[in-house]
Design a protein around this ligand. Structure first.
Ligand SMILES: *Cc1c(COP(=O)(O)O)cnc(C)c1O
Length: 365
């Protein structure tokens, strides 16, 4: 008898199950921790199975490991199948889980395209997974040929961030499609800022591309960074494998509870996204006219990347005036660049006032 946890025979590997051969071999043998709540899903009146204290009305109990009520709310909102996604403690946890599932420490590699989100590299390094880098080109787009040239059988995953942090731009769709067609490993598309871009999500493509994984998060556009809810979207059988290694209680009852309540008001968010985009356009125009600003890059996200004459100096002056931005000067292609999140109208007005003041000391070069 073949155990369902054995690796599939080669003959069984259809196109649709291609990700199987990329899994770390020992992952086929892992049995997930079976929590008290996993083993009995029936409703009951008396719960004496988890060594909880019986006093209290909500937080004395362990949370649902699969956060089903939250998942139902998200699935309704996005018209997704429940089986196609997993919720992480932020998408940062999803990144960590994916690296653990596919990358053998000391042997396998991930590929990233800097400048990009920092956690891909950090997570890989923590797991002793090699990080290969192919920088974006000068238009902040993927160098597909170079990426394909530098991948090997050990390159398990390419992380693509679109819209990209910190550059703010969407990655060219055809470039991503070329990678999906040519690269034999997993392609992770991080869509943390997709709602601000107003484009279609890559989640609709997983039937066509079984090795595609899409990350989203409630931290940015849904305004719930403090709750830590990240979403990993992929084929149902891959998601089920991720559940094997997910810490059982990664989302607290408090987080699940508040998320369900917050998602009921999600329709209001569209108004906020429009406001942010309007404020972004006005900040773009204001900064473009400053002597200290060399270039404001177009952005599909809720932040702007700005090349200035002296990033460290301007960063210091802003900080002295109580305004904190992100100094990205040390990142490749981001020399002398600051990243500014789009705040409230009043905050942006204050930023512009301070900047105009400090701008007087700069001359147009
Ligand atoms: C902010 C950010 C995240 C982190 O999301 P969490 O869900 O808060 O962990 C992931 N990816 C990108 C590109 C981000 O900018």
């Amino acid at each position: 008898m073949k155990n369902q946890n054995d690796p599939p025979f080669l003959g069984e590997l259809s196109y649709s199950s291609e990700w199987h051969s990329l899994l770390r071999p020992h992952m086929w043998k892992i049995q997930p921790y079976s929590s008290a709540r996993d083993e009995c899903k029936d409703s009951a009146d008396i719960w004496l199975d988890a060594n909880e204290l019986p006093f209290g009305d909500l937080l004395n109990r362990y949370p649902d490991p699969r956060a089903m009520e939250v998942k139902k709310a998200i699935s309704k909102l996005k018209t997704w199948e429940i089986s196609n996604f997993l919720l992480g403690n932020g998408s940062d946890e999803c990144i960590e889980l994916l690296i653990k599932l596919f990358c053998e420490p000391g042997i396998d590699e991930i590929m990233i395209c800097p400048p990009t989100y920092g956690m891909y590299k950090v997570s890989a390094q923590i797991n002793n997974v090699i990080v290969r880098e192919v920088p974006l080109n000068s238009d902040f787009q993927l160098q597909v040929d170079e990426i394909l040239r530098l991948t090997s059988v050990n390159t398990k995953m390419i992380f693509i961030c679109s819209p990209n942090n910190p550059t703010g731009n969407l990655m060219d769709r055809l470039a991503i499609l070329r990678l999906l067609n040519k690269f034999k490993g997993i392609i992770v598309i991080d869509e943390a800022y997709v709602d601000f871009a107003g484009v279609e999500s890559w989640t609709s493509m997983i039937d066509e591309f079984p090795r595609l994984i899409v990350l989203q998060t409630l931290s940015k556009s849904a305004g719930l960074a403090g709750l830590r809810i990240g979403i990993c979207y992929a084929r149902a059988d891959l998601i089920e494998r991720l559940y094997f290694i997910k810490p059982p209680y990664n989302l607290s009852i408090a987080a699940q509870h508040i998320t369900i309540k917050a998602l009921k008001k999600i329709k209001k968010l569209r108004k906020f996204w429009a406001k942010i985009n309007a404020a972004k356009r006005s900040l773009f125009n204001e900064l473009t006219n400053m002597a200290s600003v060399i270039k404001v890059y177009p952005s599909d996200a809720n932040f702007l990347l700005i090349k200035v004459q002296n990033a460290n100096h301007i960063y210091e002056l802003l900080t002295k005036n109580g305004i904190v931005v992100r100094n990205r000067s040390h990142e490749p292609l981001c020399e002398s660049c600051l990243r500014i999140s789009i705040g409230k109208k009043s905050e942006i007005r204050q930023l512009i006032r301070v900047w105009k003041n400090l701008d007087k000391t700069f001359k147009i070069e």
